[in-house]
Design a protein around this ligand. Structure first.
Ligand code: GLY
Ligand code: MN
Ligand code: MN
Length: 343
């Protein structure tokens, strides 16, 4: 059994409980997970008996020859595979398509649940994605200095990751200097780095579809006392979050382990996003860590731990690693030092 047919077999086992004979999978990432085909226009029908049929258009049909699933050519791929009573991914299909096709059964995310736990081959790809990210950061660090812009740093990092073998950046690189560091998802600008800035750099490589995600905050010149204080707090929160990652841990409890450090220091209002998220074929995927997230972590789940403190108008700190839950303690995939670097 290939990885792909094994994954389809596990999906097929879930279908009877949802009273459908088949699931029409339309999410491009889920099609890739179940078949190996990376296509912007494909769907796969997985039946309760484990058999499957893939549809994609003429731009991609040549890529289906080596797959372990039969494929047909169609431009309207969902229509080609749909039939009354078939389950669909409600989170993916548009209302317009759902209404046009008729008779389909909207279902909760099922493939996403399977995707959360990775096999060893997937973990190896993620290790490579993270190693490329670590190396790119080390190589570009020397260029993070006064006078270069946020955009320069982002461009250098992205180019270096590709030179090191990444297929592409895992997401749009964030470089946020000084006051821009107070905006968690700041897009890089022409703002020059200058002495006295904290600079938050959030980036990662995509390697064979798998996404690394890492953030380091560095100081341009010697950090001020307030900068060192929030850095140490975030580092301590991040350490507590990492240590709480274990198979069986509740998602909200891992978040709380890190958040309580920041809250007790009086910065609760300055950390408003969740602690982390799964990574894999998507940059943000199940499971999610946050104050109201339920569910327990399983073994072999790659996940980020990324607390931050954001002070409006002044700046911020975020520290993020990608790790994998393991019995006996998490495996750290992003290995760049978390000491505060003064560049
Ligand atoms: N870079 C996006 C994130 O950390 O989730
Ligand atoms: Mn990130
Ligand atoms: Mn992240």
């Amino acid at each position: 059994m290939t990885h792909y047919s094994g994954r389809r077999a596990r999906l097929a086992e879930l279908l009877p409980a949802h009273d459908v004979e088949a699931l029409l999978v339309t999410s491009a990432v889920n099609v890739r997970y179940l078949t190996g085909l990376s296509s912007s226009n494909a769907a796969v029908l997985v039946r309760a008996d484990g058999s499957a049929l893939l549809a994609t258009d003429n731009r991609y049909i040549d890529k289906t020859g080596g797959l372990d699933v039969p494929a047909v050519e169609a431009s309207d791929v969902a229509a080609r595979l749909a039939a009354p009573g078939v389950g669909i991914e409600a989170a993916d299909m548009s209302v317009a398509t759902f209404n046009r096709l008729g008779g389909l059964v909207p279902l909760e995310p099922l493939v996403e649940r399977l995707r959360a736990v990775k096999d060893e081959d997937e973990l190896e790809l993620l290790r490579t994605a993270c190693a490329i990210s670590d190396q790119a950061f080390a190589d570009v660090c020397g260029a993070i200095r006064p006078g270069v812009t946020e955009r320069d740093v982002a461009r250098l990092l992205e180019a270096r990751m590709i030179e090191l073998g990444a297929d592409r950046p895992a997401f749009d690189t964030i470089v946020a200097a000084g006051e821009n560091g107070a905006v968690p998802h700041h897009a890089p600008t022409g703002r020059q780095l200058r002495a006295g800035d904290l600079v938050t750099v959030d980036f990662g490589a995509n390697y064979h579809g798998y996404h690394a995600d890492m953030t380091r905050t560095v100081s341009i010149g010697e950090p001020a006392t307030w900068q060192r204080e929030i850095y140490e707090l975030v580092a301590e929160a991040q350490r507590c979050g990492r240590e709480a990652l274990a198979p069986g841990a509740e998602a909200w409890a891992v978040d709380a382990a890190a958040r309580s450090v920041i809250k007790e220091a009086g910065h609760g209002d300055h950390f408003r996003h969740g602690l982390g998220h799964g990574v894999g074929l998507a940059i943000h995927e199940e499971p999610f860590l946050g104050p109201s997230r339920t569910g327990r972590l399983e073994d072999r789940v790659p996940i980020t731990v990324e607390p931050g403190i954001y002070l409006p108008g002044r700046g911020g700190v975020r520290i993020e690693d990608t790790l994998v839950t393991r019995e006996g303690g998490p495996e750290l995939l992003t290995k760049t030092s978390k000491e505060l670097l003064a560049l």
